[in-house]
Every structure is written in C-alpha cells, then in structure tokens.
Write a protein that binds this ligand. Structure first.
Ligand code: XMP
Length: 317
C-alpha cells in the first residue's frame, strides 16, 4: 500500500538515477506543490537544483520576504527575484481579467527565462504538477507551477525546451501534503489555502495600481490573520479579499467620505470546481470589519460575499 515514506524513498532514488549530475531549474510559488516538489528534488540532487522565486508584487502582504526566508532555512538553493515593478508596468491601464492574466503570465515567462539563462548548463525544468493538473485543464495552481498552459507568440522561451521532471505527477493534493509532512516541511506552509497565480491582480477589479495593491494587501492580511486568531483558518478551503471598483459614501466625524468598498470571500470546497460560502460567525465578521475600516486608509465599507459556485465563481474575475 502507498505510504509517504515509501514514496519519498523511491522517488528520491528515481530522481537520482534520472538526473545524475545534471542541473534542474524550478520556479517556487510559495504554494504546497512547488515546495514539496523542490524538497524532493533537493533531497535527490542537492545544490544542482536551482530554485527561482519571483515576486510579482501581487502576493500577500510580506509573503515574498517571509517565504523566501523559509525556503533558505530549508536549505534550498533559491534565488529571490523581485520583479514587482516589471509586473506593475505590464499591467498598466489593463482592466480586462483575461488580459491581466495574460500580461502576468507573459511577464512571468520573461523573468523566469532571464533567470534560467543565468544557470549555466541546465538540462531540466522541475515542476510541481500534480495529478489533477495532468487530467484537468482547470488548475488551482499558479503559473509559476504549471507554466505549460501559457503560450508565447514569439516561440517557446528557452526554458520550455528543457526536459521536464515532475515528481508529483501521480499524486493528489492530500498525498502531496502527506509527502511534505514526511519530509518535515512546516505544517503551516502545507496547510496554506490555494492562491491564484495572478494573485491580487484578479482581486482588484479594474486596473491595478501600486496603491490599490497596498490597500488590498492590508485588508487581506487583517482578514487572514483574523481567521488564524479565531481558529477558523483550517476550516476554510480558501479565503481572501476583493477590492471593488466603486466608492461609497461614509461619514467620519462630521466629514463625509467617499472611499473604497472591499468584499470578503471565504469558501468551503474540495477541488475548487464547486464551492459553498462559509457561515463565518457574526462576531468574527464584526471584528474584522471594524479592524479593516479603522486601520486601512481609503476603505470605508466591508461586505461579505454569500454566493456559492455555481453559479458564482470563487474569484470575482
Ligand atoms: P474560480 O474563480 O474559477 O476559481 O471559481 C477556482 C479556483 O481557481 C483559482 N483561480 C486561479 N488560479 N490562475 C490560477 O492559478 C488563475 O488565473 C486562476 N483563476 C482562478 C481560484 O483561486 C480558485 O482556487
């Protein structure tokens, strides 16, 4: 029968045989799959695994620094690349959801290709593809993990011509988590909610600016920290905040305000294909709403999304 320990042992041996002294590049996303894939490869080939962790500027608050630190602590040979400005530039003036996704996908490919070129003599591209990604075109993983879904008009970037190694190809998500646990990966990292590759860009409806990203990062952090504090984080499959493209009237003292509205979203699901909104306690929502409005300048209204999928989707765009 399948056990995580046996899987780790046989996979590490297979990777050693397959890769030998070759070099592998792999994009880390901060998510479970790429982290577990990297850890297996690291066990097999050590420093010949070159990990690249790109900051697209659309991650959660402090996420790039804290996750990069964590990767280094795990002993991974990782390079953090802060490309925030480049992504913001690529997104400038863009409001259409699919065009935002495409702009981010293309910027990622360019940045990753530049970085992969700096590793001399690389033969392999490592990926955290899991079984559902293999059988489904809909993936809950970021483009940094399943790069192959993006096509570049100018021909394939060089890194996509590399041989591919995908040690998690046969595993389901829960098995990936068990393998990660077996290898001693931080349970908090393994229990993280899914996060879309385009990140906060698809949670800022309309065009993206640095200021909107900053506002949404603050709001999202209050919501997620609140879920942890109230011991609700693990009862929710995915949660996040959405910055709406409308202003609404409010009052502060005897001043009228005209500021942003944010929506909070928390869902239960098994695979993201269907989802139910979570019945979060009113007292929790009250505390989070107060904290957001009191602490985040530019926001004067919070709403909670009570739509299920279908017919709504989890993300708003
Ligand atoms: P929807 O909004 O389609 O989301 O109900 C289902 C799951 O997919 C994630 N999602 C994405 N993940 N790139 C991704 O990597 C995307 O463009 C993307 N769009 C949605 C979403 O967060 C949810 O987990």
């Amino acid at each position: 029968s399948w056990t995580p320990a046996a899987f780790v042992e046989t996979t590490v041996q297979t990777l050693k045989d397959q890769i030998g002294n070759d070099k592998v590049v792999l994009g880390l996303s901060g998510g479970v799959d790429s982290t577990v894939a990297a850890t297996l490869l690291h066990k097999a080939i050590g420093k010949n695994l070159y990990c690249i962790f790109v900051n697209n500027g659309l991650l959660r608050k402090n996420e790039f620094d804290s996750v990069l630190h964590q990767y280094k602590d795990m002993g991974l040979n990782v390079k953090g690349v802060d490309a925030s400005e480049r992504f913001l530039k690529a997104l400038e003036g863009e409001s259409d959801p699919e065009r935002k996704r495409k702009a981010i996908g293309n910027a990622f490919i360019e940045v990753f290709d530049d970085e992969a070129h700096q590793v001399t003599g690389v033969d392999w591209l490592g990926q955290g593809t899991i079984y559902p990604d293999v059988i489904e075109s809909v993936s809950v993983n970021g483009p940094s993990v399943t790069i192959k879904s993006h096509h570049n008009v100018g021909g394939l970037p060089d890194f996509m011509k590399l041989k591919i190694v995908e040690p998690l190809r046969m595993l389901f998500k829960d098995e990936v988590r068990r393998v990660g646990k077996e290898m001693g990966i931080d349970p908090e990292l393994l229990g993280r909610h899914p996060f879309p590759g385009p990140g906060l860009a698809i949670r800022i409806l309309g065009d993206i600016t640095a200021e909107k990203v900053r506002i949404l990062q603050e709001v999202d952090a209050i919501f997620i920290d609140g879920l942890r504090k109230w011991d609700l984080y693990d009862k929710v499959w995915q949660a996040g905040a959405i910055l709406l493209p409308v202003n609404s009237v409010g009052v502060m003292g005897d001043e009228r305000t005209y500021e942003k509205v944010v929506a909070l979203r928390a869902v239960e699901s098994t695979d993201g294909m269907t989802a139910d909104w979570v019945n979060l306690p009113y007292e929790f929502l009250q505390e989070v709403s107060n904290n957001i409005i009191n602490r985040v300048k530019g926001v004067n209204r919070v709403v909670y999304d009570i739509s299920s999928k279908p017919p709504a989707t989890i993300e708003w765009e």
